[in-house]
Design a protein around this ligand. Structure first.
Ligand code: ZN
Length: 475
């Protein structure tokens, strides 16, 4: 084998790949999960993922559901069998997994960086507290050396079978990672993705403020969205006027908006470019709950995710501006509490867009809730050292959020049978991933939903979720 980091000759490369591929089809020893399925870990996961489906955490609701008791979120499958902080060499069982052998060989050859790219889960049944998970890993494939955006490396695919304490199969997972040489990718500099947040864009132009509009700007300084209100007839106006078009009065006060509204109309200006505003950016006309409209920017969402009628909320920010400005962002759709019946689901039905703010808290708490202690998911300095602009979300969390999105739409008793995802660009802090989806197939209680989660760099996740729903709505 070659010295670390150096490239190999063609024949050396061929030999190396055939060595890596020698273990294809081999299985490792049975690994028994360190803890049985338990409500403490389930609650931790649901807290971190903000998944409020009562079948996971509410004993009473779970007892009266089709599950007849608490079940674990299906996407936790892999989390139960995670090995914790113990280094792999200290763990005889993991050391004998065929995948681990390939990872070690790739590390030695200089492919030291790792990123998960695909995950396919099949859920044969939901796990319950007390279940003891036994897993066996099989090496499925090792690719030739590939040039990818992240760097030059090999894709390694493993398949894991999960059984319970009685030997009954409960799930399967296909997992693909890319092991690559750090610094060999496109735009190896972190600026390619995180730079947007780091370099300061030019400032927005200052508004002209008059005696008639002063209250509006003062309101924003105080964290309020003030709407002009006629003292004579109570009509609301925005932008503020000098004389009421309703009653002719010159006497005005103002009222505080609740900050809730819906998108009445929107446009994504493309040309000419104004660096202070984007790109991309969305100009939206928001109809406030109070009944007047306001021209603003719709933020924290990719332009493709903005829809007429979409509920939005006020967010006041100094977004490259001297003064605070009123923006609007999508609101997480409400979780359905009565499960959709299959009769009411049609191919082509769209799922409401769901924004998920990507915070450091979300990334770290979900990584730990999924027992994934890889430094790139919680330690910013080490993540930067590895060539990433910041910490980023792990694939178990992406799986959990995709499952949450689809079950929040379909209802608490929709049963996830399959979750297949492919990762694109990372989810870094200070961004928002917006989930969208549509029904691809619906037949005999089985529903297949295409899903997509994008952030301001691009698609973070694409994939599909298969569900079983009851014929009639169920509560
Ligand atoms: Zn009036």
């Amino acid at each position: 084998m070659n010295e670390k980091g150096q490239s190999m000759s063609e024949s050396e490369g061929r030999n190396f790949v055939s060595e890596l591929r020698a273990g294809i089809g081999e299985s490792g020893p049975v690994w028994v999960a360190r803890d049985p399925v338990n409500t403490a870990m389930i609650r931790h996961w649901c807290d971190a993922m903000e998944d409020h489906n009562p079948v996971y955490t509410d004993p009473e609701a779970a007892a009266s559901s089709i599950h007849q008791g608490i079940v674990a979120p299906p996407a936790m499958l892999m989390a139960w069998a995670m090995r914790g902080l113990e280094p792999p060499e200290a763990n005889a069982s993991e050391a004998r997994d065929p995948g681990s052998g390939v990872y070690r060989a790739l590390d030695t050859a200089g492919y030291t960086s790792v990123v998960a790219t695909n995950s396919e889960h099949d859920y044969l049944r939901y796990l319950r507290p007390g279940d003891e998970l036994h897993s066996t890993q099989t090496l499925e494939d090792v690719s030739e050396e590939k040039k990818t955006g992240l760097g030059i490396g090999h894709f390694v695919t493993t398949r894991t079978e999960y059984r319970d304490q009685t030997g009954e199969p409960v799930g399967r997972m296909l997992f693909r990672i890319l092991k690559f040489r750090p610094g060999t990718g496109r735009g190896a500099a972190p600026s390619a993705s995180g730079g947007e947040a780091l370099s300061a864009p030019p400032m927005r132009p200052e508004p002209g403020i008059s005696r008639d509009t002063e209250f509006f700007w003062q309101g924003l300084e105080a964290g309020e969205l003030r709407i002009q209100k006629c003292a004579g007839c109570s009509l609301l106006h925005h932008p503020p006027m000098v004389r009421c078009p309703g009653c002719g009065s010159y006497d005005f006060g103002w009222t505080c908006s609740s900050g809730r509204g819906t998108v009445y109309s929107h446009v994504e200006p493309v040309h000419p470019k104004f660096p202070a505003f984007g790109p991309p950016y969305v100009v939206g006309l928001v109809e406030l709950a109070e009944g007047t409209r306001l021209l603003t920017n719709i933020v924290d969402v990719h332009p493709a995710g903005v829809q007429v009628g979409m509920p939005v909320e006020l967010v006041i920010r100094r977004q490259n501006s001297e003064r605070p400005l009123p923006f609007f962002r999508p609101i997480r759709p409400e979780r359905r509490t009565t499960t959709l019946g299959s009769a009411s689901i049609r191919v082509g039905d769209g799922l409401p867009a769901c924004p998920i703010p990507i915070t450091a808290t979300l990334i770290v708490s979900t990584a730990i809730a999924s027992r994934d202690y890889q430094d790139v998911h919680h330690d910013r300095e080490l993540a930067i050292e590895r060539g990433s602009p910041d910490i980023f979300m792990n694939i178990l969390t992406t799986s959990g959020l995709c499952a949450r999105y689809v079950t929040d739409w379909a209802g608490p008793e929709a049963v996830v049978k399959r979750l297949s995802i492919r990762l694109g660009v990372p989810n870094y802090p200070h961004d928002t991933m917006t989930m969208s989806g549509s029904v691809r197939a619906a037949k005999a209680g089985r529903v297949e939903v295409d899903i997509r989660g994008y952030n301001r760099i691009g698609d973070h996740v694409t994939g599909s979720v298969e569900l079983e729903v009851p014929p009639e709505p169920a509560s």
